[in-house]
Design a protein around this ligand. Structure first.
Ligand SMILES: NC(=O)C1=CN([C@@H]2O[C@H](COP(=O)(O)OP(=O)(O)OC[C@H]3O[C@@H](n4cnc5c(N)ncnc54)[C@H](OP(=O)(O)O)[C@@H]3O)[C@@H](O)[C@H]2O)C=CC1
Ligand SMILES: O=C(O)C1=N[C@H](C(=O)O)C[C@H](O)C1
Length: 271
């Protein structure tokens, strides 16, 4: 089968550099373009050298239309407004879009969903196999443990540079718990607690956010009952796990019909 031609958006970032390394090691994928914002100091550098590898022969640029015209799929770990804009450019170019970015508003989500009527988009708050498996287990546990007996809390910790909260993964796990409970997450989540909060409201799903140091990503879903507690957890030790998932998703999109897909679709875990 032909190699999937990959463009990387946010190429100079923590995830962008990791993606470039994983593409260089992958069978079935080849790096054809690397994109950064028009003001990036990395413009003009070789994408491989910038990622600490040997030269890739791909220069980091900011011309999106030209970069997408050479690619089958663009892998994007950047920022919410940039990703929503890129989904529209990818739809126009007929290029698949793999979105790892987190922290979207409802308006961003609507724009991405509209773009997905014209091209294949894979979007997930976490691209790792482990977290996507965990989401299925959380849904199952939430279905089995009654809301009047078990409270659900989602706890996450990330490095000090992370700019959005709760994390995309925490929200993905919260959605899985809400699905298991057959409730809407939006109307039943508690994102912040401070001061005289009163007792915990039965049936809500709570979120707690920790930030510090170099933590790659740690998540726990806690089912707290009277006299017993179940915790389902995932620890990411290396950004490679997200990058491998994103590259697999990009390869998976080849020949795929337009639509908004999740990593659970890519991994064959969707029920
Ligand atoms: N789904 C998943 O599995 C994972 C998701 N993430 C998410 O991915 C995103 C990026 O994370 P991370 O790599 O740590 O962050 P970084 O800040 O290290 O990288 C983001 C990169 O995107 C670039 N960028 C921002 N705006 C644009 C634009 N308009 N055009 C082109 N490039 C742009 C930034 O450039 P500049 O600095 O010049 O603005 C930067 O180089 C976050 O939302 C994070 O939560 C992270 C890990 C895993
Ligand atoms: O910003 C990060 O680093 C990460 N972001 C994703 C998230 O918001 O959950 C995935 C991973 O946990 C790392």
């Amino acid at each position: 089968m032909d190699e999937t031609r990959i463009a990387v958006f946010g190429a100079a970032g923590r995830m962008g550099r990791t993606i470039i390394r994983i593409v260089s090691e992958a069978d079935g994928a080849v790096l054809v373009s690397a994109l950064e914002s028009a003001s990036s100091l990395s413009l003009g550098e070789d994408a491989g050298s910038h990622a600490g590898l040997k030269r890739a022969g791909v220069t980091i640029g900011s011309d999106i239309a030209s970069a997408l015209s050479r690619a089958d799929a663009v892998i994007d770990f950047s920022a919410p407004t940039a990703s929503a804009m890129l989904s529209e450019a990818a739809a126009k170019a007929g290029c698949a879009h793999v979105i790892g970015t987190t922290g979207f508003t409802a308006d961003h989500e609507d724009r991405i969903a509209k773009s997905a009527t014209e091209t294949a988009i894979v979007k997930s708050g976490n691209m790792s196999l482990g977290v996507n498996l965990l989401a299925g287990l959380v849904e199952q546990a939430a279905r089995a443990l009654p809301a009047n007996l078990f409270d659900i809390e989602v706890l996450e910790m990330h490095h000090k540079h992370k700019v959005d909260a709760p994390s995309g993964t925490a929200l993905l796990l919260g959605e899985a718990a809400a699905k298991g409970r057959e409730i809407e997450l939006a109307g039943n989540s508690v994102r912040v607690r401070d001061g005289q909060t009163g007792p915990r409201e039965t049936g809500t799903i709570g979120f707690a956010t920790l930030r510090g140091g170099s933590v790659v990503g740690e998540h726990s879903v806690i089912f707290a009952g009277e006299g017993e507690r179940i915790e389902l957890s995932h620890q990411a030790g290396d950004r490679e796990i997200f990058a491998r998932g994103a590259v697999a998703a990009a390869i998976w999109t080849k020949g795929r019909a337009p639509g908004l897909y999740s990593m659970r679709d890519v991994l064959g875990l969707a029920s």
